[in-house]
Design a binder for this molecule. Sequence first.
Ligand SMILES: [Zn+2]
Length: 574
Amino acid sequence: MAGVAGMLCAAAGASCNGASGSGGIGAWSFGSVFGGVSGGQPADVVIVNGRVWTVDPLRPEAEAVAIVGDRIVAVGARADVEERRGPNTRVVDAGGRFVMPGFNDAHVHLMTGGAQLDSVDLKDAATPEEFTRRIGERAKGAAKGEWILGGNWDEQGWPGAPLPTRSLVDAVTPDTPVFVTRYDEHMSLANSVALRLAGVTAGTPDPPGGVIVRDAKGNPTGILKDAAQAYVFKVIPSPTAERRAHTLRRALGHMASLGVTSVQDMGPDPDDVAIYEAFASRGELTARIRAVPAEVPLAARLASGPVRHHPSAFLHVTGAKGFADGSLGSTTAFFFEPYTDDPASRGLLADEMQPLEGMRTRLVAIDKAGEQLCIHAIGDRAISMVLDLFEDVQRANGPRDRRPRIEHSQHLAPKDFARYAQLGAIASVQPYHAIDDGKWAEKRIGAGRAKTTYAFRSFFDNGVRVAFGTDWPVAPLDPLQSIYAAVTRATLDGKRPGGWVPEQKVSVAQAIEACTMGAAYAEFEEGNKGSISVGKLADLVVLSGDPFRVAPEAIAGLQVAMTLAGGKVVYERR
Ligand SMILES: [Zn+2]
């Protein structure tokens, strides 16, 4: 044997630093340490001939991995790991390619994403005319009464960037209700049929935390921002269980093809969680789902007694997702200073922050029940207010390992980086937004605020734990796009090839850490996931190329060759 087990290195004082492919091996002594986990049993799967990037500081690189059941039992040199090979072991030859832990996306909207795979795609509709054409095409195939939803439109590429209006689509959708959503999900366009069904008229008031955009005569243009979207969402018929199951299957297939073995689903519909539970009980989940319920209904349920979850290896229902403000694209992110391009506005606080005392009371109660807080905050003032709330929670309930999260953490007041570190708060960020919003963000917030916007490097430098995600379907689910975005910061319009605010670029190693170990830490799962280490779940990905050895610009073009979840191959590229 060339070495001792990784976990024992530190205790034994052995040299583990700089371990390379030819270094020691992993698991032998864990047969006894982990009892049933490895034993001396032959492996079910061995992966050999890889450049294994483990994200485990005790053994950063290796050549081979052995798996028994759903767990990793050995990591190390090929010759050593191959000792675990038996007559029935499946041998995967990685062909010298890059092997890493499965990707964990810390922030998705799983079923919205799955549904978008089957819906009209408006994200790259480059003109209002194209927008109209695509919706018209989709309407031709729609069943009677079927709603056209999703869409992910983005008006910022249109000449003058006007918001769409219902007049763009009414003519092509005379009988079909349309409620298509901007890619940031903070505003949607209703056609006249949808407004009629929802009862939204010139006389309808703006709700707290929402805006009905109106024309010069006061009539709704069809654009509903943030909380105002609820007027229409309320009247959209709920999908059937069959439809939900179809959507989940679509989402799982998409995840596997991109190497995403874990997702953290923010604020799912309880009826969708019931579908996740049915899939989990039948062993049909091919990626691990952590569902994070919305905080307002969770607080109400907690008020009438403890809420019990039945965690399994593939499904956890934990934490609480809340909202402090809107989004930059919809000018509803809440800032200390006015928008540069709209001096009358500083953005909007979310309805659940009004009154603030209500939010504080709920968060204290949820934290007291042991749940993790995951609060959406984008503008610098909303982020500061959420940090204040986290302090209030800590003061009320005393110290514990609570890892409160700020979802998006987009625009930081410079003083607040240190507060994240002090509070142990996690920055749950989506790097793809930086290269997408980076096309136009400066006109909205000015160059000064842009310096601490999507400030991933500053988080790392301040010792803040960073978790990467995509907010899928707001951004593509592909984690290699996130790594590319964080490493290059090259905006999608090609105008800043050297990077937008280049001092905020991170290294490839930091980016990989944030979408594996960082995301696992952000869900208290670092003991099970996030690195290729003995005893952890066998969630692994083989990539077509090595992100450390290709040019940064080429990272986005890498592909997933194989995905394993719980030791099973769930995707293989043909
Ligand atoms: Zn989100």
